[in-house]
Every structure is written in C-alpha cells, then in structure tokens.
Design a binder for this molecule. Structure first.
Ligand SMILES: Cc1cc2nc3c(=O)[nH]c(=O)nc-3n(C[C@H](O)[C@H](O)[C@H](O)COP(=O)(O)OP(=O)(O)OC[C@H]3O[C@@H](n4cnc5c(N)ncnc54)[C@H](O)[C@@H]3O)c2cc1C
Length: 322
C-alpha cells in the first residue's frame, strides 16, 4: 500500500500544481502511515527532482523513455498504471490540469479504479467510507463522493490545496515502463504559440467584459495584467464578438479557473460566468453599476468607470512595485 502521485513536468521543470499535488498526497500518506511515491515523466535533473522531497515525496520514480518524449494520453496513462502497480499503490493522485483531465479516466479503466475528478479537499473517512469533496455542475455546488473500489484515483483542482513543506530525503529511481500498447498517434513537432502564462495555471487573472466597450480599450486591461504579472481572460460575449480570442473565455461554456485573485472588469456576473470563476480565492469587481450581481460574490468592489479606474490602478501598482 502506498500513495502514488503523478507529477507533470514542463520542459524539465515543475509547476506550482506539482507541489500542491505532492503536498496533498503526503497528507493522505501520513494518515495512512504509508509512503508517498512521486512518479514523473521527462528530463528533469536530479536537483529539480529532489525539490519534490521538500513537500514530502519519499521516493521519486523518473521515466525518460524516448516513446514518452512528447505527451500522449495513452502512453502516459500506461506508464502511470505500471508505476502504480509496481509500487502497490492504492491511491493515485494527479492534478486536474489539461493533461490530468485526459489521463484520469484512461487510468481509471486501466486500474479498475474509482475516480474523483476535481477534488478540493483531503479525503475523509465516514463510517468506514472513503469520501472526497469536489466541485460539481461547473462549480455551482460541492459533491461529496464515496469511492468504493480498492484502488482510488483523485485529481486535485489546481489552487485548491496549499503547498506544505514536509522535508524528506527522497531516493530517485529510474523507471522504465514496458508500454505494451499500440500508440495510434504520435506527436511530430511542438510549436509554442505564446509565452503567456496559461489561463488555468495563472495565480492572478484580469478579466474584461462588455463594460470595456470594445477591443480598442483592451490595452488598458493588458497594461494592468502586465503590472500584476497576470493572465487575461474575458466573458463569453466578448469572445463571441471577436474582441478577444476564444481561449480567453471563462465560464460555464469556457475555461474554469481558480486563481488566487480574479479581477472582473466591466463584467455583470451572470451565473454562467460565475460558474467558471467562483472558486477563485479572492474576487475584485470593477463595475459602474452598484447593483451588478458580480458585487454579490466579490470580496472587494470598486463602483465606477473601468476606463478611468484601470489606468489609475495600473499606475498605483507600478508605483507600489517600483
Ligand atoms: C447557455 C449559456 C452559456 C453561457 N456561458 C457563458 C460563459 O461561459 N461565460 C460567460 O461569461 N458568459 C456566458 N454566458 C453569457 C452570460 O449569460 C452573460 O450574458 C455574460 O456573461 C455577460 O457578459 P458581460 O458581463 O461581459 O456583459 P454584460 O452582461 O453586458 O455586462 C456588462 C457589465 O459592464 C458594466 N459596465 C458597463 N460600462 C462600464 C464601465 N465603463 N465601467 C465599468 N463597468 C461597466 C455594466 O454595468 C455591466 O454590469 C452564457 C449564456 C448562456 C445562455
């Protein structure tokens, strides 16, 4: 019995969600009095791998096979399943990231394991039942899900669990999965389309709605985002109108995010919009209508004209940082 945590690499480095998932796995392993085994795929150096020990990994398995050089859902899920079987892991933790969303169901079939996708808390035992709290219906409600299978998979929502130090001296072992599967697709080339922080991983998001009046005003929102080191997002009508690209649209029909800080500028706060942002840790709204529904969910609000407020806010943040 062990807890296995799959850790994503990006060009040989770990993202913040990696440390969240390993911290989460460690807390479960502590309760079960067992080992936390981190499994990762890629070319991370031993120094980078050892950082997982700061957050409680007792052992680190690293796979560097040529077939795993580019992400493939089938191959990666196979490799994780093999690692879980080798380590006799009954609990497998992943991040509910873009790749985690694909890997989780594939892994579930391979391991015949029950899944909780999008967990927001540690599991709890109730009357002998293993229960995990997660978001449901686009974040409108929480669901407490019982997992009754022997093997259990939990994908943790990014930004839902704090990074906790729990220093260990982990061993590092090379793991060579057999990958007894026929790959139907292979990545030939990866071309980076942007250097911006991907929206689901951003800790600060500055988001604009129809209240910004038109695409010609987006530079003031981008200036603020740059001053804050934030990603930019938008409401659906904004992307529908072609003011912003569709990949920036957040909400029920767009991307679901949970940054530490969400700044909603000229956004009314329709329920479909909130479905994608309501799990943000802090929400700040700027809207000229004091009755706008966004103020009901905002932690802080500024009533006024965004076109006047944004440049002043950017200036103040630059002055504060400078
Ligand atoms: C099935 C379905 C799915 C949907 N999915 C999504 C989704 O995923 N994401 C999403 O966002 N929407 C979604 N919608 C649309 C949603 O219902 C709202 O229409 C939309 O979120 C409104 O966008 P908005 O807040 O930008 O615009 P509006 O509702 O027009 O609000 C603009 C706001 O800006 C304020 N404002 C105006 N001028 C200024 C100014 N100068 N300074 C400051 N504030 C100003 C106004 O007071 C107003 O509150 C969906 C709708 C349906 C039916």
């Amino acid at each position: 019995m062990a807890v296995l945590v799959y850790i994503e690499q990006v060009e040989g480095q770990f993202k913040k969600s990696a440390f969240e998932t390993v911290s989460y796995a460690k807390e479960i392993a502590k309760v079960l009095n067992t080992q936390t085994i981190a499994f990762t795929i890629g070319n991370a150096s031993d120094d980078v791998l050892k950082t997982l020990g700061i957050y409680g990994a007792d052992k680190i398995l690293t796979a560097k096979n040529e077939e795993l050089k580019s992400f493939s859902n089938a191959a990666y899920a196979s490799a994780i399943a093999e690692a879980a079987n080798q380590e006799n892991a009954d609990i497998i933790i992943l991040s509910n990231s873009f790749s985690g969303k694909g890997l989780t169901p594939t892994l579930s079939v391979k391991l015949n394991a029950g899944v909780v996708a999008g967990a927001v808390e540690l599991p709890r035992m109730e009357g002998g039942k293993f229960i995990v709290k997660k978001f449901a219906f686009s974040g409108k409600v929480f669901a407490s899900v019982e997992v009754s299978t022997a093997k259990k998979i939990i994908s943790l929502n990014p930004n839902s669990y704090s990074i906790i130090e729990s220093a260990t001296s982990p061993t590092i072992e090379v793991f060579n999965p057999q990958l007894n599967i026929e790959l139907k697709t292979r990545v030939k080339e990866v071309i980076r389309s942007t250097d911006k922080v991907p929206l689901p991983e951003a800790e600060i998001v500055v988001s604009g709605g129809r209240g910004l009046k038109g695409p010609e005003n987006w530079n003031i929102l981008e200036d603020l985002a740059e001053a804050l080191g934030a990603a930019t997002a938008c409401s659906k009508p904004v992307s529908d109108a072609g003011w912003r690209p569709h990949e920036e649209h957040v909400g029920q029909t767009g991307i679901v995010i949970s940054p530490n800080l969400y700044l909603a500028v000229g956004i009314s706060g329709a329920i479909q919009h909130l479905a994608g942002v309501s799990s943000s840790k802090t929400i700040v709204a700027i809207n000229k209508d004091p009755e706008a529904p966004i103020f009901k969910v905002a932690n802080y609000g500024i009533v006024g004209d965004a076109l006047e407020i944004l440049p002043k806010l950017t200036q103040a943040i630059k002055a504060f940082k400078g």
